[in-house]
Design a protein around this ligand. Sequence first.
Ligand SMILES: [Zn+2]
Length: 449
Amino acid sequence: MNLIIEGGTVVTVSPRGIVKNGAVAIEDDKIVEVGKADTLKSKYRHYEKIDAKHKVVIPGLVNTHHHAAMSLLRGYADDLNLKTWLEERIWPVEKHMTSQDIYAGALLTAVESIMGGTTTINTMYYYTDEYNEARALAEVGMRGVVGHACFSWRKAQDKKDLDLFARTWHNKKSGLIRVSISPHAPYTVDPDYMKELRDFVHVLNEKYASPDAPVILHIHVAETADEPEKIRQAFNVAVLGGVVEYLDSLGVLSSDVVASHCVHLTKKDIDILRERRVKVAHNPVSNLKLASGVSPVPQLLRKGVTVSLGTDSSCSNNSSDMFEVMKIAALLHKGVSGDPTVLSAEQVLRMATINGAQALLWDKEIGSIETGKKADLAIVDFKKPHLTPVYNETSHLVYSAKNADVDTVIINGKIVIENREILTVDVDKVMRLVEKSRQSLLERADKSL
Ligand SMILES: [Zn+2]
């Protein structure tokens, strides 16, 4: 389909900056031109029009850390620390989740995400054939990197699942879906298995991927202060420096790694993240809710580490709202550092867009509004009291806008939300499916007690 979005302000998140009274022309899945509406209107006059008057066009947001299926457990267990929350509440019920449950939870996350302007998600859960997260994202028409979480206790099964998963889903559905290998964390994956999984990224890339669309590695790193001790207890290995230094000693870290959280870092850890060009997924809402601590994001940014933003799962957030994450990221680091100049609105918007695309090694195609890139866009309605008056669009996007202000969303050139209505799936049906899954999941979990 050929489209022209005209009359709005285009926040390109590229060297071109902000184009007032701008336009974006789209042919099939790509942006073919960005410029002034006056010029583009006549050039593309036969294209289907989207009127963006009083609206702001932004690159689709990129959420670099999620567990999409876990929306099914939203609000199931709150106000606990990570260890108790995971071991006593989440893991016991999770083991009863079926592939249908995973699919239902991921559908819900995908719907919620696109309604809030997020067009790409990096999720880590379990691959099951037929019904799974990849299928859910594809049905909703969302872009995503879908990971299979690996643990030491099920090595043999993991490898089989990973190969089938990459073969079936990597770079499929018009390139919307990519696959990652996701060693869960340094305290659940032993050192030898960690090295094996690192090597397996190369194996899967050779077999199923191209350099332009690689399989990447997604892992939780240094989320809580006791992580070195947890690694020692689990595998009887001494972690003398930081957790990043430990992972580097295993040869795990390189530019294709998304390290989620990175809360408890040593100075040396920060240097290693920069040297290895590891990408950080910062999850301020989840870190605050689980009281895990505060990641040294201003230092990471100063050192030149790519920091992107994630919500984390809807159990520890409890939503997929990237507008909220942007605002809290900006406020948190100002408050903690006592310096209101850190994490400016411009910087935070980059973290939620182009930095996220870089983290997923997808920035040649997404993360900004530029000619030749994929058409992944969100149109935000600024004709609202809380977005009036406008001095600086980026300031409003980070500090004043809500995800409910997103009016229209385009992914891969296809309109998936129009005037806040989702066009790809039936939202009521998705919510009914989730409710059904929730009931039968709890029944199965109760029976096993
Ligand atoms: Zn997580």
